[in-house]
Write a protein that binds this ligand. Structure first.
Ligand code: PHE
Length: 454
């Protein structure tokens, strides 16, 4: 068995890997995106489909990404190439890594815009801007922010700099240090918020909205969104988890580790939903409000609760931290590759790539103001970037990784890396990576196309 060393370093132990990967997974996807897409797609039935995808498709693919990364011990691009060669297949499999790195850039560009909103709210909360405001004023405050390109550029810039500073620090002094503290803190604050929303009197309506199952509310479109989100929220299909897996210690079990990460990620999304929807219903807001949902509901709630200014401030700080720890993993695959390829230090690489994503972000944020007329396939730039990454590139990336590990990789390698003692569990993983995951992704794509064309 080959044992490669990773030039970028490795996590101190298995728990650090869990924490870092959870830091990647738990982000705006859980707290901002999940509640609003659940809202737009009718709640319960959507949530159930999403949970099914996490378990049947997300978990096996996450295991596949970790195993390829740990085997290759390099950036996703080079790991894919190396492991393909080791299995006597074409080095062109590196292409999957390339598309993933590109997806990372595209996601970063709109992610950073939303993270910028979060930072603006941190400042607003600290300033007491949202004290005692009603939902109408909260909506106006959000729209005013979107209409102000200058403010958006400033916050977006701050976020890009924050992210690049951590990635520059490298695996141990950057990524590892950054994730150690903020994950538990985020968890505590979400719980506090959940406690508050239980007192709004509309908690039942929130629970009902999220868990009430009515299959007639499901469209193929919603199924695609649920599929895409299961990849997005677990950071799959673009190499982030593969890169993190390449820093994972050899002796840690992949299966148990991945299940823990997926469980924590799901828990945070559900808590965020349970914290937000009761507030939505208690204030007669629209659950289908879209991307502004969190930015309009939460300030209203914080504005009314005792100590709301402090809680609100802390909450947005923590959402910012969650976004931060996710965004570093969006850049890591490309940064690691450039360091390997050109032998450059992380400093120049991060500066260069930081400038690239910063410019892409400008395009995304113009969607809300100066560039609001620009339409790509009937969507503004921001929505298009979100759609093309989450609903197309990530599921396709995941499909290729599944196909690669299931059908291309030597079975000896997968057995070695996964090291699953129970034959039945290995069989279950193998079955879902070979059949369930690829077929589910392909079928949903095709059905969606048929529906759109028909
Ligand atoms: N998983 C992150 C979130 O839920 C987003 C992300 C996607 C991060 C892909 C890295 C890679 O916010």
């Amino acid at each position: 068995m080959k044992d490669r060393q990773n030039i970028h370093g490795s996590w101190a132990n298995r728990w650090i890997f869990i924490l870092a990967a959870t830091g990647s997974a738990v982000g705006l996807g859980n707290i901002w995106k999940f509640p609003y897409i659940a809202g737009e797609n009718g709640g319960g039935a959507f949530v159930l489909v999403y949970l099914a995808f996490i378990l049947a498709v997300g978990v096996p693919i996450m295991m596949a990404e970790v195993l390829v990364g740990r085997r290759g011990r390099q950036s996703p691009i080079n790991s894919m190439r190396e492991v393909a060669i080791e299995s006597e297949h074409s080095p062109k499999w590196a292409l999957v890594g390339w598309v993933g790195a590109l997806a990372g850039f595209l996601i970063f560009s709109f992610y950073s815009v939303v993270a910028g909103w979060v930072l603006a709210y941190v400042a607003g909360m600290a300033n007491g801007d949202f004290l005692d405001i009603g939902s109408e004023q909260a909506g106006k405050a959000f729209n005013d922010l979107l209409a102000d390109p200058q403010a958006l550029v400033i916050w977006h810039t701050v976020f890009v700099i924050l992210v690049m500073t951590v990635v520059m620090g490298g695996v141990n002094k950057g990524l590892e240090r950054a994730t150690r503290i903020m994950m538990p803190a985020l968890f505590v604050l979400l719980t506090v918020l959940l406690g508050y929303s239980m007192t709004t009197g509309s908690f039942g309506a929130g629970v009902d909205f999220l868990f009430h199952f009515d299959p007639s509310e499901l469209s193929w479109d919603a199924v695609l969104v649920a599929l895409g989100h299961s990849f997005f929220t677990l950071s799959l299909g673009m190499g982030a988890i593969m890169a993190y897996g390449s820093y994972m210690p050899k002796d840690a079990s992949i299966g148990g580790t991945v299940l823990t990460i997926a469980a924590l990620d799901t828990l945070v999304a559900l808590i965020a939903g349970l914290a937000i929807f009761p507030i939505v219903f208690a204030n007669s807001l629209d659950p289908g409000a879209g991307p502004g949902l969190m930015f309009i509901t939460l300030p209203v709630a914080f504005g009314q609760m005792p100590g709301g200014q402090i809680f609100g401030f802390l909450f947005f700080v923590l959402v910012a931290l969650a976004a931060w720890s996710s965004a570093i993993s969006l850049m890591e695959p490309a940064v690691a590759w450039m360091v390997e390829r050109f032998g450059l230090g992380r400093g120049p690489v991060c500066t260069l790539l930081g400038i690239v994503v910063w410019m892409l972000g400008l395009a995304a944020l113009s969607s809300f103001n100066v560039g609001s007329d620009v339409a790509l396939f009937g969507m503004n730039i921001f929505d298009f970037l979100d759609f093309i990454t989450a609903n197309v590139m990530l599921p396709l990336g995941g499909l290729f990784v599944a196909f690669f590990t299931g059908w291309v990789l030597k079975q000896k390698i997968t057995e070695d890396e996964l090291d699953i003692k129970e034959a039945r569990i290995y069989m279950a993983w193998s079955f879902s990576i070979r059949y369930i995951a690829p077929i589910a992704v392909a079928a949903i794509f095709i059905l969606n196309l048929i529906e759109k064309l028909g």
